[in-house]
Unconditional design. Structure first.
Ligand code: AMP
Ligand code: ZN
Ligand code: FE
Ligand code: FE
Length: 286
């Protein structure tokens, strides 16, 4: 309980626009996530699972029942060289079968990649069962965090971050690149689906200005300024970049579950109300 109380004092946000559920690599069901949001004083929440819309109907229903303002979202992962470029999409339509079809191709690529990572680990003397990884990920899209959890079960590593640092991260011996999905394609896919594409945790791109030069002409409309792992100084720098490029500044915790990483607790990032208002305005214009 002492730990919970300590968490509570850090709560400062009533808006959180970046969260994950068991439909990707989070630990809560959408219903549990909304209950957690209520508990932490979050009033506006977006669910942004990786490459899937599958959790959105449950999250929308739970939000309606709890008086939470819900924004349906998604997060698409792409890679450029050694960098990860993630694109958030807001106001996706959970019933959009064209988008769902494109996403299921991405999910299939995730499974093929995970099988190759499992083979790679086997050749490193760390055999794990792909079936077990799939079971851990159920019902979600497969990701490296699920492989990491299987490795923990077998005692190969002690934590998900250790698995990434030693084996699964870019440049580590168990790393297998994603089948190429360009960030331009992700932005176009979301734009064509009538969603609002936003550059997630922009520092991961390695070159923010270069990434914006690539993606703004394709229809990128926002940038994640208020990210929990970034300092207030970085928030200010990113806000200036958002102004310069006329992009909507969004933000969120990228919550995957409790005690995940510093700055990643649900509702722990101060995201201004105007982020939501500007997303809504844009949506009306579409
Ligand atoms: P994937 O979707 O398979 O590319 O895996 C990426 C996911 O792994 C991201 O959503 C992160 O939440 C998680 N992740 C990436 N790096 C780390 C890390 N060092 N420690 C824990 N989780 C990580
Ligand atoms: Zn994730
Ligand atoms: Fe991400
Ligand atoms: Fe995320």
């Amino acid at each position: 309980m002492a730990e919970l109380a300590a968490h509570d004092t850090t709560i400062s946000g009533s808006v959180d626009l970046h969260t994950h559920s068991i439909f990707s690599d989070g630990v809560h069901s959408p219903t549990e996530l909304i209950a957690e949001a209520v508990r932490r004083g979050v009033r506006t929440l977006a669910l942004t699972d990786h490459d899937t819309l599958a959790g959105l109907p449950e999250a929308a229903a739970a939000s309606a029942a709890s008086g939470i303002e819900f924004i349906p979202g998604v997060e698409l992962s792409t890679e450029v060289g050694p960098y990860e470029i993630h694109i958030l999409g807001y106001f996706v339509d959970p019933d959009d079968s064209l988008l769902a079809g494109a996403l299921s191709e991405l999910a299939a690529k995730r499974e093929a990649r995970a099988e190759r990572i499992v083979e790679r680990l086997e050749s490193l003397g760390l055999p794990i069962s792909y079936a077990r990884v799939r079971e851990i990920a159920e019902p979600g899209t497969l990701g490296r965090p699920h492989i990491a959890r299987a490795m923990i079960e077998l005692g190969y590593v002690n934590s998900v971050s250790e698995a990434f640092e030693r084996f699964l991260g870019i440049g580590r011996p168990g790393f297998v690149p994603k089948e190429r999905v360009l960030p331009e394609e992700a932005v176009r896919l979301l734009r064509d689906a009538g969603a609002i594409p936003v550059l997630a945790h922009p520092r991961s791109t390695g070159d923010i200005e270069g990434t914006l030069r690539r993606l703004v002409p394709e229809g990128l409309l926002g940038i994640e300024v208020f990210y929990g792992e970034y300092s207030v100084d970085v928030h200010r720098q990113l806000e200036a970049i958002a102004d310069l490029w006329n992009l909507i500044p969004t933000g969120g915790s990228d919550y995957h579950g409790p005690a995940f990483k510093e700055g990643r607790d649900l509702g722990s990032v101060p995201v201004p109300r105007r982020s939501v208002d500007q997303l809504r305005q844009r949506r009306e214009q579409r």
